[in-house]
Write a protein that binds this ligand. Structure first.
Ligand code: CU
Length: 237
């Protein structure tokens, strides 16, 4: 597994490894006990079975240990999860719109674009909305995923702390071209971002967000999105 890029992603990985480790230990323990009992208490070695009832120590042990294990998984999972729900102070807001089958991004100054650009180390809150069906905004490298539901405001908060380009995918089956609903998150330096966000973009943005009625022509446009994005981007930077 490739390690995550942000602090949050690393804690998600740690929770994941913690749960895997517990599961592996349980698997080994249960399998070993099972093999031991099968051999030790086979008909040959133990022809007359004994019925054991009311062993308090055994009962307390098998209630206490699994309860503690499950609670510890919940604790680590929950504390990590809340860090993606707490909006850091001074977070920049970007409105993310999902529609069949593309993403649109709108910045605080009204600039709209069809690719996500974020300045490194600045906290961001992504406000997620869908124009049609349920989509799911997913950035694997940041271990972030949240559903977009029509008529409901959802959000994600995080700090993009490493410059680079990362995949964005739709993680909820949303129709015929769901598999093509990819995009890119570009984390760039603060200077570059200021320059980029100052350039008013209209054409790309409008086609990315506004059009909702023309599903048929969207399909053909959707296929070329990524290429034209990168060309436009280079011009702007
Ligand atoms: Cu989708």
């Amino acid at each position: 597994m490739k390690s995550g890029v942000s602090e949050y992603a690393q804690s998600v990985d740690q929770v994941f490894m913690f749960i895997v480790a517990i599961s592996v230990l349980i698997l080994i323990g249960v399998t070993a006990a099972m093999i031991y009992f099968v051999i030790r208490y086979s008909r040959k070695k133990n022809p007359v079975p004994t019925q054991i009832e009311g062993n308090l120590l055994l009962e307390v042990t098998w209630i206490a240990i699994p309860t503690l294990l499950v609670l510890s998984m919940f604790y680590f999972g929950y504390t990590t999860f809340t860090s993606a729900r707490n909006i850091p102070e001074g977070a920049m807001i970007v409105k993310v719109t999902g529609q069949m089958w593309k993403w649109g991004f709108e910045y605080e100054n009204g600039k709209r674009y069809d690719t996500l650009y974020l300045p490194v180390n600045r906290p961001v809150k992504l406000e997620l909305n869908s124009l049609d069906v349920v989509h799911s905004f997913y950035i694997p490298a940041y271990r972030l995923k949240e559903d977009l539901l029509p008529g409901k405001n959802n959000y994600l908060a995080f700090i993009p702390d490493k410059i680079g380009s990362y995949d964005i995918a739709c993680a909820e089956y949303c129709g015929m071209r769901h598999a093509y609903m990819y995009n890119t998150l570009h984390v760039i330096s603060e200077d570059e971002f200021e320059k980029w966000v100052a350039v008013k973009e209209t054409a790309a943005a409008d086609s990315a967000v506004v059009n909702n009625s023309n599903t048929a022509s969207d399909t053909t446009k959707g296929a070329g999105n990524t290429e034209s994005d990168s060309v436009k981007t280079n011009n702007n930077l």
